[in-house]
Design a protein around this ligand. Structure first.
Ligand SMILES: [Ca+2]
Ligand SMILES: [Ca+2]
Ligand SMILES: [Ca+2]
Ligand SMILES: [Ca+2]
Length: 452
């Protein structure tokens, strides 16, 4: 079986090699974002043997200076619940210097960064290693102000293993390989011709490449909707989504949150290889509630906070569950005390899984930690191929009359590709054996006692 896998991976490598593009000799300073995928090998690393241990829950910033040969890479939280950092070799320096690593131009379209990598998981001793990562960096043929950055397989100490990234052995509970994917834009560029920098648009979640520089497509240009001070953009209805993101009348209605880009994305533009990145959703809630903030990201923990049956989102479809919609997290405010159920309707631009394959996870914040649980199937309705209605009852996991009058919750539609969703009010409805095996491994990983 393993021999077959190894044989099959060989032609794959050749295909990858032929597809390699890359732009040697880049100059200038670029700023952008990346998404990290952490892979691990329970045994020896070979293509097909790896597990996805987690992704960043959000895109994280990075800045590339090709004139001076260094990159500053910010970390974020992984979907398994702990933070990672990309550091200088030896973790030297202070402040930003600590996160700045040197790189060399290999003159073949790839660039090798020499850096430290650390995860903050006290259960396994906050492990850290010095390593390197080889990136293929390509000038976007459609926009010379933009570069596209992927991690390639590079094993300076051995034979390529067919898995993107470079093995870090003997430090983490298993051999791991960080895989960074992202993009960056030339400092000071303004592709929209409206005087607003691409960098600021990215920060605000606006699409620098949108037709006529109108991200939400409502006929009002981004520059106009941002207002007089683009650094402090206008949000007329104070629902947490700026006017330039909310099309038309939604910008005036705090009970309607529109133009919400999935997976921490940018409306109308795919940020990562995930197909739904950049597709949008909108949400509606009734009186006395209103939206006060909306964020999206890759699905965070799906965990039972009371027990040991942790279900981290780490499968990414590898074992039957697809978290391709990520999560949408809402802050709701009530204008009056109420204990009536709250009904939130969420409409997705992309179609939802069919009823028999749809699972819904929902979060609550417990002691500052976000936890996700599988929702009972009678707590929501699939209204159409694109819309869900979710009812949050008092005395359930959510406190609907908190002292501050604020309710925070997230939802994450999940596709059970194994089908046959079994009714369940607890964890694990329809979860297959492969997932359970992976979860057992991950639980051990999180406790730091994986035997490899
Ligand atoms: Ca590799
Ligand atoms: Ca607009
Ligand atoms: Ca708004
Ligand atoms: Ca609104």
């Amino acid at each position: 079986m393993k021999l077959k896998t190894a044989l099959m991976s060989a032609p794959l490598l050749i295909i990858c090699g032929a597809a390699m593009a890359g732009t040697p000799g880049l100059t200038g300073v670029y700023h952008g974002q990346h998404l990290l995928t952490m892979r691990g090998c329970p045994g020896a690393c070979q293509a097909g043997s790896e597990l996805v241990l987690g992704k960043g829950i959000q895109n994280a910033d990075w800045s590339w200076n090709f004139d001076e040969g260094w990159v500053l890479i910010r970390g974020t939280t992984l979907t398994v619940g702990f933070d990672y950092e990309v550091q200088s070799i030896g973790n030297q320096g202070q402040g930003d210097d600590r996160f700045t690593a040197g790189f060399t131009d290999n003159l073949d379209g790839t660039y090798t960064v020499y850096h430290g990598f650390q995860i903050y998981n006290p259960n396994v001793g906050n492990p850290r290693a010095d390593t390197s990562t080889r990136f293929e960096i390509t000038e976007d043929p459609d926009n010379p102000n933009r570069i596209l950055i992927i991690t390639v397989d590079d094993e300076p100490a051995g034979v390529l293993d067919g898995i993107p990234g470079t093995q870090i052995t003997g430090v983490f509970p298993m051999t791991v390989q960080p895989d960074f994917e992202g993009y960056a834009r030339l400092e000071g560029s303004s592709s929209g011709g409206d005087g607003i920098s691409d960098q600021l648009k990215e920060q605000l979640g606006l699409n620098p490449d949108a037709d006529n520089a109108d991200t939400d497509g409502d006929g009002l240009p981004d520059a106009e909707e941002l207002g007089e001070d683009p650094e402090n953009p206008v949000d007329t209805d104070a629902d947490g989504l700026i006017d330039a993101l909310e099309p038309g009348a939604a910008a005036l209605d705090p009970r309607l949150a529109a133009g919400v880009a999935l997976l921490d994305g940018i409306p109308g533009r795919q940020v990562t290889g995930d197909a739904l990145s950049g597709t949008t959703a909108e949400a509606a809630v009734g009186e006395p509630w209103r939206f006060a903030g909306v964020t999206t990201g890759y699905m965070s923990l799906a965990t039972d906070p009371d027990g040991d049956s942790s279900i981290p989102d780490t499968t990414r479809g590898d074992a039957g569950l697809e978290y391709q919609y990520g999560f949408i997290r809402f802050d709701l405010q009530a204008s009056a005390m109420t204990s009536e159920p709250v009904t939130v309707r969420v409409t997705f631009q992309a179609p939802l899984p069919e009823s028999s394959r749809l699972l819904l996870y929902a979060s609550q914040v417990i002691d500052g930690n976000e936890r996700y649980r599988l929702m009972a199937s009678d707590a929501y309705r699939r209204l159409s191929d694109h819309a869900l209605e979710i009812r949050l009852h008092d005395n359930g996991p959510w406190d609907l009359s908190p002292e501050a009058g604020v309710l925070a919750f997230g939802v994450a539609p999940v596709e059970n590709t194994l089908g046959g969703h079994q009714e369940s009010s607890g964890n694990g409805g329809g979860i297959g054996a492969a997932t359970l095996a992976l979860l057992a491994l991950l639980a051990a990983f999180r406790r730091g006692r994986v035997v490899t």
